[in-house]
Each structure stands twice: as C-alpha cells, then as structure tokens.
Design a protein around this ligand. Sequence first.
Ligand SMILES: *Cc1c(COP(=O)(O)O)cnc(C)c1O
Length: 795
Amino acid sequence: MSDISAEALRARIDQHLIYTLGKDKPHASIYDWRMAVSYTIRDLIVEPWFAATRRTYEAQGKRVYYLSMEFLIGRILEDAMINLGLHDTIAAVLMDEGITLDDVIENEPDAALGNGGLGRLAACFLESMSTLGCPGFGYGIRYEHGLFRQRFEGGQQVETPEDWLNQTHPWEFERPEARYTIPFKGHVGDDGHWHPAETVLARAYDTPVVGWQGEWANTLRLWGAHPTELFDLERFNSGDHTAAAAPEALARTLSRVLYPEDATDSGKELRLKQEFFLTSAALQDILRRFRSEYDDMSLLPDKVAIQMNDTHPAIAGPELIRLLTDEHGLGWDVAKDLAQRCLNYTNHTLLPEALEQWSTWLMGRVLPRHMQIIERIDRDHQAATGCAPEQKIVHQDQVRMGILAFVMASHVNGVSALHTDLMRSTVFAQLHAHYPDRIINQTNGVTPRRWLRLANPGLSAVITDAIGPGWERDLDRLQGLRQYENDPAVIDAVRLAKRANKVAFSNWTARQLGVDIDPDAMFDVQIKRIHEYKRQLLNVFETVARWHAIRTNPDANWTPRVKIFGGKAAPGYFTAKTIIRLINDIAVVINNDPAMRGRLKVVYPANYNVSMAQRLIPAADLSEQISTAGKEASGTGNMKFTMNGALTIGTLDGANVEIRDHVGADNFFLFGMTAAEVQKRYQMPRHARSAILESQQLQDVLQIVAEGHFNANEPGRYHGLVYATWNHDPFLVASDYDSYESSQRDVDAAFADQAQWHQTALRNIAGAGYFSSDRTIRGYMDDIWKAKRLGNDKP
Ligand SMILES: *Cc1c(COP(=O)(O)O)cnc(C)c1O
C-alpha cells in the first residue's frame, strides 16, 4: 500500500497540472485534473511494476502469457486508486481545490476493447494475477475504436464509433524498442521458405495493471499496427497523395476496430489477419524475452506458459512451430513438442455458430506457410489418434480452430463445471476419449476489487464492519457473514446499503433518461449482450403478461417492479435488434399507462458497458440469469450480482449451478429445464407449439404482441418474432415460459417480506467468495501453468 501523504500527492498533482499539461490551476478543466491525477497515480504504480519485473528476472520465474483478442477493461483511474488505497486521500485533496473526485472519475472514457464476458474475464484475470503476484503479461490489440457506442432512435439500436484514443490515454507507455514485422500472403518456395507479399509492423504499448494494495503490477501489452515503410515520397511528390498513403492506410486497418460479433464467427479476412497480427507479435516478443535470458530452447516450457483465450489466437500453434523451425532452426518434432507443452486453450462456447473455422482457401492465401504446417499437424494428429475424417483439423475445406487449439494444447479448459462436462460429452467427445486428461475445469470468477470494493463502497463498509478488513484479497472470508444471518442490525445494514445504491441509480436514470423510478420498487435487472440464447425475450414476455394482468386487475396486491434492461446487439444480428426494439416499444406503452403507476416500469438505458454495470449491479434486487440450459458456458455477470447481494432467478446453466450450490438452493429462484431435458425437448416435433397451446398466458402474450399493441403505427413489426416463437423457438422460450412465470410469482411473494429478502441477500453475499477470480487464477496456476507466485505470500 502506498503510504504517500496528502501533501505529497497534492504537490505531485500540481506538478503534473503545470508541467505535464501546461495548465494554470485556475484554468484547469475536469479533463486536466483527470490527466494530472492519472499521471500521479501512474507514477506510483511504476515502482511496484519495475520491482515485479526485477523479481521475475532474479527468480528466473515462469511467466504466464494471456493472449486475448479482447480486454474489456472499463475505467482505470478509480480501480488503480482503490488498489493503491489512495481513493479517499485523493478525494480529500481534490475537495480542497473545489473539485469532486466523482466528476474526475467519470471524465475517463471506458477502455472498451471487448464485447462482453470473454473480454471482461481477461481484464479480471490480469488484475487477479497482479494481486496474487503471478508474473504475467496480457497480450492484445490496441484497437483505435473499441466496441461501438449504442444509441436508440425510435427504439432501434444505432451504432456510432467509439473513440477512446481521441483523447490522450494517460496509462500507456509506448515501447519503441519492442516492434516486430508481421508477414502475410505471398508464396512458399520449394525449399519451404516463405516469401511474404505484405508486411506490417507491430508496435508495443504497455499499460501497467496494479494489484490489491499495490504490491505487484503486471503488463498489458497491446499491439498497434503500423506500416513497415513510410509513405512513397516519389509518388507523393508527383501528386498522387492517396496512393502514396495506401500502405499506411492498409496497415492501420489491422488495429483500427474491434469486431463487434459476440458468440458468432464472421469468417472475414481482416479478422484472420488481426488474429495472426496479435499472435505473431506476442510469440515473437515471448521468444525474444526468453532468448535474452536462456540459450537452451528446451527450457521453453519451463519458463513460458501461454493461454489462448478462446480459439481467436489458435494460430499460435502453427506460428510457434514456424518460429521455432524456420527462424530458430529446430526440427519439426522438437518444435511441435515444445509448442504443445507451452500452449493451453480455454473454450468459451459450444454454440456451433461460434466455433471458428477458416476456409483452406483463405488460410492458404493469407498464411500460406501456416496452411502447410496445419496440414502436417493434422497428419500427425490422424496418425496418433487414428481419428475419423470428421475429427481432423481440416475437414470439408475448412480449418477448424477448436480442434487445432485442442490438438496443440497441453490443457484445454472449460469455464464452469457444467460447461466442462458438456465439452467432454459433446463437441470434444472423441478428442476427449483419446486425451482423457487434457480437458479440465476452471470455473470463471470476477475481481472483487472492482466488482465489490469499488462498485459498492456502502456494502463493502458493512462487510468490513462485520468480518473485519482484508476480505478483498481472501474472498472466502465472506462466509463469515453467515454468522450474522439472524442479526437484525447486520441485515438492516445490508438493506440500507442496497437502498442507498438504488436511490443513487434512480437519480442517475432521472438525470440521464428523464425517467423516475421508485427506489422502493424491486429492481429486476437483465444486463448482458442481447442474444437469443440469453433469452431476453422470456423476460419481455413475462413483462407483457404482467402488464396485461395489472390492467385486468389493477387493485390486486402487486409488488412494484422496475424491469431494467441493458445490452448491445451485434450490428448484423437482426433478431437481437428486433428484441431491442420490442423492449423499447413495450417501455413506451407501459411507462405511459396510468394503470402501471407504482406497479410496473421498464427502463433500458443505452450503451451498456463496464461503467454502467458498476453503477447498476449494486442497485439490483433481482438478477436475471435465464439462458437455455447448456448454452451459457459460465456467465460472469451472474457472479457480480451475487457478490452485491442480488437474488438470482435462473436456470441450471453455466456457473448458475455452482452459484446455487454455494449460496444454498433455498436462496436462489430456480426454474426451467435442465441441460439434459433441453436436449430431449429438441427431439420433440413442434415443441414450441405444444408449449404455447398449454399456456393460456403465453398465448395471450403472443397475441398482444402480434396485434401490435406496442407498435400501433407499424402493426406487423413483430409478426416475424411471434411466428418464429410458434414455429422454431430455437432456445425454448415457450417451453420454459410457465416455469419462469411461476418462479417470478415466488419472487414477488419473497420481496414482500423485506426482512427475509435481505437475509437471503446476506446469504448470497456470504456464498459469493468462491467466485473471486483470485480463486480461478490459483486454479490456472496450479493445474495449467505450473507457475509460482513471486509477489507477496499472503493467502
Ligand atoms: C460482466 C460483464 C459482461 C458479462 O455478462 P454476462 O451476464 O455474463 O453475459 C458483459 N458486459 C459487461 C460490460 C460486463 O461487465
């Protein structure tokens, strides 16, 4: 922990304001203050950062490299201040200047270099690795434009580019010495020598990631793409300005924008090039660092563990073999063996539309040398396993990256117990039979520093009062809260903390959306990417049924609810965008219906991101985790809610299963089919139709939606959606509807007893310790990376 005084901090902030920003205090804007505070905090991280690097060199420790196309970081300043223990001191220093720290914090744009859960997991992992003192690097792409900004126009999603780098990014250091040439295309000669036709330069930009109490910091190294040659001066001087700048434009497109697809595979050439760009730059960097310390290549697997976050960096297998053979002169068998012992693969989804594959034609054109290497890996693979053609890496002219990643990995992990079981029994069943020890489970987690201590200071104080300080690095200690489950004072403190968060959120929606919501109503929250398998539609249908029932019988004893939605749809995902529009359409009708006053509201703030999650999750009473069983690999939003004392209504899917085990079945609203029942249900012809015919309520809902109650000026708007629900319903909304609706009645009844509700909330918080990403990272270190902690040796 930094023990720097308030006076010293004040002096440093002044110094940066004047000499780094060139601003005279009376003229400093909030932006200037943010920059000055950020540089001040960054300076304090540099010391533990250097110390961590020195320590790793001295100990000759194994380093962990986390390769990910996405890092969904969010804001950095507040997290760094919290981890350094300086949040309150900085607030006081700024207060003396008449500046509010919250204004400074909110001036920072989110670093949104990811789509959703997968990218956020990578960010939580980096923070936990630093907290645990695990030497490591995150490798990613420095997208100029992160995930698009979402607006609603007439209820429809409109995307605009995000431009976080438009302002100075005060956290990064450019590393002019770390630059690598990344080859593409061209041809491979008969001697096996690759003659690339295009090259781009990868340049490193480092951001330190500091752990709890500032004891260790690792590096997030993001690669920016630059032209290998400056522009063509001759052409420029001859007046052909556009052509002269063409190589530069071409190179820059590589790190220009994050692909906004989540759980789908777009199969575009630029995406393949981005994946190779990240992977090759990272591997060249890893080998350079290794060679600077060791001569003996056979030590590589003892000093280097590489984690592939999903298949996006799965070209790492062939690329590492290429570098070891073509550039470092090793033979095939040795190179392949070394590569395989360094590499590991995390699978994040079993949805067939998300399993990456590239046509052999495209792979052969963009990466001709790798195509040859892949074919040779495939021959070895077939010889070793005698597998059927469908189990080969290359099948029907497609390179299947999941199989490639599996074959080239030491360990392959799923992200929840259920997901790992399904990996073994479905998509990877044959490979699992050949390599029975390769698939292991590492249930996801989230960092409690950002998702509890930072996001929910009120509840954090209640926890510290009850169980003492230090739980932030040892989250299992939350179990100690169970001894207070019959202590009315503690339960009331939990209630008051929630109530304060709800008031703060109501004030925010009033300011931002001009919508008033009652902090005493139940806040029922579903925030996540909009996807059919996540079943926002199930929630929407229940909302329509509730609206209809309230209209029919307004004086019944309704539990007031605010349905809160948040989330973006991939720009090309038509059904998801239709669901967004439907939510906004029903919101207009419901919120303007006098009969709903004090009973039901629907709010959908646009542009869900990490910062919105931090604001909303602490204010939630009910967490909607309602995906079709077997479809959500883990979920991590579910864990953040539990940690913050929301109760879950959910299916037995992903990590919900383990959350329910840890908080106790009585403290969780379970509904719906199991994964096995889902599989059986799919076998039933016309499963949706028969479910609908058995549910009068669902029939009514579908009729109301189809009749255009929520879209009077375009009555046919939702005909397609309703038709699909009757006839296709690929995620079994209809089949789970009655079970969900009935569970929602239980939720209403439970909320009416506030004392018991908050007791249940306390049990949820107490059971959340397992879902710290510190636990997950310990699992990776012990079971996969075999890496040692070099930081502090606290628990
Ligand atoms: C945690 C998080 C997610 C993942 O949420 P799920 O409910 O697990 O899909 C997505 N986006 C953001 C901004 C998050 O913070």
